[in-house]
Design a binder for this molecule. Structure first.
Ligand code: ADP
Length: 171
């Protein structure tokens, strides 16, 4: 397909969900190697630190061969990072319609900055269409069971975060 057969899949992954995992699984049919990269943005408030998100991503993606799926983080422009990794494609996921406006704008901007890097969009399997990191966090915060939407470690860490913050509010 693309000359390098390598794609960077950037995102916040705060936390990773099975929707993200499904996008990676599908992408492995297209690319030889996927670098799933946590985009570090100091101005963005996240529930999990970069190190925690890397740990959660490694756990969520453990079923895939390490030679084909790598986990990393970066700061700055995605296209610069992709170029530094020798990747010519930036992979993003799409859910029904909600993502389109933003993803379209982002892809156009990336193309404006660097013509040689192509944005590639894949959908997750249909059962993950409603899943996003933010809806999972919100549900977990109010005590909902999110075990079927994230890896076991992510479910455990979400529970620990919200148990701890609930206790600290009571003090
Ligand atoms: P960002 O803050 O960069 O949007 P996210 O971690 O929320 O980071 O998402 C990373 C990418 O994965 C985005 O392209 C998003 O649209 C996609 N994505 C997230 N969840 C799903 C899902 N359930 N199905 C398909 N794509 C998804």
């Amino acid at each position: 397909m693309l000359p390098s057969h390598k794609a960077v899949y950037p995102g916040s992954f705060d936390p990773p969900t099975l929707g993200h995992v499904s996008v990676v699984k599908r992408a492995l049919n297209v690319f030889d190697k996927i670098i799933v990269a946590v985009a570090y943005n100091p101005g963005k408030k996240t529930l999990f630190t970069v190190d925690e998100r890397l740990e959660l991503l490694r756990d969520s993606l453990a079923a895939f061969p390490a030679s084909r799926v790598e986990v990393d983080f970066f700061q700055g422009l995605t296209v610069d990072y992709a170029r530094s990794q020798g990747a010519r494609a930036v992979l993003r996921g799409l859910r029904v319609l909600a993502d389109f406006d933003f993803e379209f704008q982002l892809a156009m901007m990336n193309n404006h900055i660097d013509h040689d890097i192509q944005s590639v969009f894949l959908m997750a399997d249909h059962q993950w269409f409603f899943v996003s990191s933010s809806i999972v966090k919100e549900a977990a915060m109010f005590g909902a069971d999110v075990d079927k939407l994230v890896s076991p470690l992510v479910a455990e860490k979400l529970k620990a975060k919200f148990d701890r913050s609930a206790k600290s509010h009571l003090i």
